[in-house]
Each structure stands twice: as structure tokens, then as C-alpha cells.
Design a binder for this molecule. Structure first.
Ligand SMILES: CC(C)(COP(=O)(O)OP(=O)(O)OC[C@H]1O[C@@H](n2cnc3c(N)ncnc32)[C@H](O)[C@@H]1OP(=O)(O)O)[C@@H](O)C(=O)NCCC(=O)NCCS
Length: 374
């Protein structure tokens, strides 16, 4: 009997969605290199690819985009909930509960995934997140603009102004890079729920819950907190060496699968740099700190195969685009929801309830003693 702690190296299903080459630092969605998709595709087209296994033709693309744009609005019940939430709630808890209300409204009892629920989930995440962002800022929420693409509309609803071409491209690429990543913790969590043939909203809520943790989707928030804590570039070396000496982790570094530089971090670094140069000020300072953390981190952790991951530079990109750090994991979730759905659809087609075993090492045959005699 061998226990694979953390299910490391255990395969739970065959997949045709995403392939990671952790040794060479390569990532493919449905066989297409992430570098090509980041350069030539957009969030909507890549979502279609991930969900349906092929790039859409023009007719399929336009229909998909239209459905997404028309489904962005959120119900009055969800809006009322968002207005009622305290302003210091964890945004992932808020997103999770809003999705729970969506599930309640659709009244789905078991696994029965309609095209419209897929579209609803992908299209409404940004609306929920930006609505709550605006309320926290004591600003009027901004209704979705159907003339804008998914990523541009997201930024518009957050900031109240239409993004520049560079901001749009950075957001769109960041979203593409977060759509899927094979059998990560949140995808697995959503599959565990789906494998019981529970409804899709419950499965997605499980994904959100797992993504919230600082070892997974919460690492982008932790990375930015770390850059801010460092404060100035001169402090980097001492701070990192201190952290390593105290056996603390460098957030945004390390990965279960990649033993080299995460290709998503490579792409995002270029956008973080571009935005830092355009915006200057605090963004530029934080970017320079991140670059220095990267240098020192690789010097000490690189020999162990620990390099920057997606969360390292996405933190700077999301911050530069106007998101408060606490909201970074929700932005991650707004892209990853597509991957969760694709894996759920793929898994349930050949379903088997996920039910592993635990090796019992406690006592057996203990004698029950009544409470007043213990
Ligand atoms: C992602 C992560 C959870 C992967 O964990 P894992 O595959 O279970 O690897 P482990 O936690 O067993 O780490 C293996 C070794 O590398 C070290 N390590 C891993 N990530 C590290 C980091 N970010 N900083 C410093 N050391 C790190 C561990 O301390 C451990 O060292 P040891 O063997 O001397 O005890 C881990 O790298 C991590 O915690 N990273 C920081 C959080 C983060 O950025 N998460 C986002 C992932 S996309």
C-alpha cells in the first residue's frame, strides 16, 4: 500500500483539453501552444476552443460571442445580495455565494448542464465581481456594455471607463492564460462534486472554494502583498534571504508540474513590464521589485526547479489594470470557470464517482464507556 500524498503524480482521467510539459515549460490548449493563443486569439475564441475542442468558424464564433454578451446581466436577487454584503468580506466568498444564488434561481437538482448555464457562468462572473468592486469603492455599479468584448467590458465595469488597446490586450491575454491548467486543485474539487452527478453550480462553487487558498489562486494576492511589504528595490535581497532562512515560501514561485519557468509567467512578465512603463509610479516600482525578487529567487530556488509561476506577474498586471489585490483570485476564477466546465463535461461523459480510500491506522474494538464513568 502506497499513499500518494497530495495525489502527486496520480492520473485521475484521460483528457484532450490541456497538456503541460513541466520539464520544458510548455503549455497547450487542445493542442495549440499558449504562445500562439496569447498572440493571435482572444478570451472568447479560446473559451470556445477549450469547451468544444476546436477553433470556431466565423458563424460559431459570432453566435458564441453574441450569447456571452447578451447574458452578462445579473438578476435583482444577486444585486440585492451584493448590496447587502459587508465591505470587508473576502471577494471569493462573495463570488461563491453569488454563484450559489444563480444555482438556486435555476433550480437544478442534479447534473443537467444546458448551453445557457455554461454561457451564464462564463458571462456573469465579471459582472458579479465588478458590481461588488464598485460597491466597495462607494461607487455606482456599471452595467455591462454589449458593444465591448469580454475582457474590455470587464475592465469597463470595474473602472467606469473603456480600456486602452494595451489594457484590453493585457487583460485578454491574462484571461486566456488562466482559462485552464489540467488537473489542478480547483478543477479536481469541481470534478469530485460533478462525479456525484450533482448540479453544475455546486461543482463550480467547489472550484471557487479550492481556488481561494493561498497555495492556489490566492497566491497572486500574496505575491502583491509581498512586493508591497518589500517596499523598495534595495530591500529585496535581505527580505528574500530572510524569508528563505525562516522556511517561508516566496509567493508566486514553485509549481507541482513545472520544474522550470512557467510559460504563462513569461508571457505575463512582458505585459507587466509594458503596463509598468505606461503607468509609471507605484506600478513601475512594484514591477522593478518583482523583477529583482525573480532574480534573487531563481538564484536560490532555481537549482531545486522552483521558478516564477502564473501568479507572480499576473499580480502586477491585475493591479495595473485597476483591481484591488483582494480581488485577484476572483479575476483568476472568472477565466478558470471555462476550464472547470470543460473538465466537468469531459469527465461526466465517462463518469465514475470519485471515491478514493484512506488507510486506517487508528485503534479498533475500543470499549464504549458511558459519559459519567469517563
Ligand atoms: C505551488 C506549490 C503549492 C507546489 O507545492 P508542492 O508541489 O506540494 O511542493 P512542496 O510544497 O512539497 O515543495 C517542495 C520543496 O520546494 C520548496 N518550495 C516550494 N515552493 C516554494 C516557494 N514558493 N518558496 C520557497 N520554497 C518553496 C518547499 O519548501 C519544499 O522544500 P523541501 O523539500 O526542502 O521541504 C508550492 O510551490 C508553493 O507553495 N508555492 C507558493 C504558492 C504559489 O505560488 N502557489 C501558486 C501555484 S500556481
Amino acid at each position: 500500500m502506497e499513499i500518494k500524498k497530495g495525489l502527486e503524480d496520480v492520473y485521475v482521467k484521460e483528457t484532450e483539453i490541456t497538456y503541460i510539459d513541466g520539464e520544458l515549460g510548455r503549455l497547450y490548449y487542445r493542442g495549440y501552444s499558449i504562445y500562439d493563443l496569447a498572440e493571435f486569439s482572444n478570451f472568447e475564441e479560446t473559451s470556445y476552443l477549450i469547451l468544444y475542442g476546436k477553433l470556431p468558424n466565423i458563424y460559431e464564433y459570432e453566435n458564441f460571442v453574441k450569447s456571452l454578451r447578451e447574458s452578462r446581466g445579473i438578476s435583482d436577487r444577486v444585486k440585492e445580495f451584493l448590496k447587502s454584503v459587508k465591505k470587508n468580506a473576502d471577494p471569493m466568498d462573495v463570488l461563491r455565494t453569488a454563484v450559489s444564488i444563480m444555482g438556486l434561481e435555476e433550480n437544478t437538482h442534479t447534473y443537467n448542464v444546458s448551453e445557457q448555464s455554461i454561457i451564464n457562468l462564463i458571462s456573469k462572473f465579471p459582472t458579479i465581481i465588478s458590481y461588488y468592486i464598485r460597491l466597495r469603492r462607494d461607487l455606482e455599479p456599471v452595467e455591462p456594455d454589449t458593444s465591448l468584448s469580454h475582457a474590455a467590458n470587464f475592465l469597463y465595469m470595474v473602472n467606469g471607463t473603456k480600456p486602452s488597446e494595451e489594457e484590453y490586450k493585457a487583460m485578454d491575454v491574462a484571461m486566456i492564460l488562466h482559462i485552464d491548467h489540467e488537473m489542478n486543485a480547483s478543477t479536481f474539487a469541481s470534478l469530485v462534486v460533478a462525479s456525484t452527478l450533482s448540479d453544475i453550480y455546486s461543482s463550480i462553487i467547489a472550484g471557487i472554494s479550492a481556488l481561494k487558498g493561498p497555495l492556489h489562486g490566492g497566491a497572486n494576492y500574496e505575491a502583491l502583498k509581498m512586493f508591497k511589504e518589500i517596499g523598495y528595490i534595495e530591500n529585496v535581497e535581505k527580505y528574500i534571504l530572510n524569508r528563505l532562512a525562516n522556511k517561508q515560501r516566496i509567493m508566486g514561485f514553485g509549481h507541482r508540474v513545472y520544474k522550470t519557468y512557467d510559460p504563462r509567467a513569461r508571457i505575463l512578465k512582458a505585459y507587466a513590464k509594458l503596463l509598468a512603463e505606461k503607468k509609471g509610479g507605484e506600478i513601475k516600482r512594484l514591477y522593478e521589485i518583482a523583477e529583482k525578487v525573480e532574480e534573487i529567487g531563481i538564484k536560490h530556488l532555481g537549482p531545486k526547479g522552483i521558478y516564477p509561476n502564473v501568479d507572480f506577474y499576473s499580480s502586477i498586471v491585475f493591479y495595473a489594470l485597476g483591481f484591488e489585490p483582494e480581488f485577484f483570485p476572483t479575476v483568476f476564477a472568472s477565466a478558470r470557470v471555462t476550464g472547470w466546465i470543460a473538465h466537468i463535461l469531459e469527465y461526466v461523459k465517462d463518469n465514475k464517482i470519485i471515491r478514493p480510500k484512506a488507510y486506517y491506522k487508528g485503534e479498533i474494538g475500543r470499549k464504549y464507556i458511558p459519559i459519567d464513568s469517563r
